[in-house]
Ligand binder design. Structure first.
Ligand SMILES: [Zn+2]
Length: 210
């Protein structure tokens, strides 16, 4: 599974491969972008959206964070969504979760562990600050999943699916979407790590086309 990184060499291989497919690929790429899709996905190294959808560069405008969260106070997400809707005028929003998501796992397990760790860290202000930063994000995931009950009752796939469905609702409520994207359809998918399949979990809202 481990792969040594030789960035220059691997980049050369990438350039050769792309030029073999299309000799003017990079010339076209440098002219500008007009992607059709805004994709929100998890930061997990196994779920790169363009690769899993077999899409060449230039088609997916991507925002990634731990457990693919839509958080209204997240300026980075808001900026990406704004640029995608207002300037790139993308045609579709895709929320992509995945099975065995570490962020969701942490949300289910962390509440108790965090309490214990807080006591251990009381003497270390720096450590508490770092921990609090992480907890802020994990608590966002927890808010969406109502972790106390759902983590016990649902399977891993159901939890991941629920997270995606909740993020679709969060996008619909996002001020940037309300102002610039209300006619843009939103679809949800779960990338199944064990099969490689992208499974659709939410069809576009038919009202979006009215
Ligand atoms: Zn994840």
């Amino acid at each position: 599974m481990k792969k040594e990184l030789n960035l220059s060499k691997q980049n050369e291989q990438f350039i050769l491969e792309m030029k073999k497919q299309d000799p003017i690929f990079f010339s076209n790429l440098s002219q500008g972008q007009s992607p059709e899709y805004f994709v929100l996905a998890c930061s997990d190294s196994r779920v790169s959206p363009s690769i899993t959808a077999n899409m060449p560069l230039g088609h997916f405008f991507v925002h990634r964070n731990v457990a693919n969260q839509v958080v209204e106070s997240d300026d980075s997400f808001s900026a990406g969504l704004y640029y995608a809707l207002k300037h790139l005028q993308i045609k579709k929003i895709i929320i992509e979760g995945h099975t065995n998501c570490g962020g969701i796992d942490a949300a289910c397990k962390t509440r108790q562990q965090y309490g214990q760790k807080q006591e251990l860290d009381q003497k270390s202000k720096d450590s508490q600050t770092a921990e609090e930063g992480i907890m802020t994000w994990i608590s966002e995931i927890q808010k969406n999943l109502h972790v106390q009950q759902q983590c016990k009752d649902l399977t891993n796939f159901e939890l991941v699916k629920l997270n995606v469905l909740n993020q679709i609702e969060n996008v619909k409520e996002h001020p940037v979407y309300k102002k610039y994207g209300e006619s843009v359809e939103i679809s949800g998918y779960v990338f199944d790590l064990s099969s490689g399949k992208l499974i659709e979990v939410a069809a576009p809202n038919p009202e979006a086309f009215n």
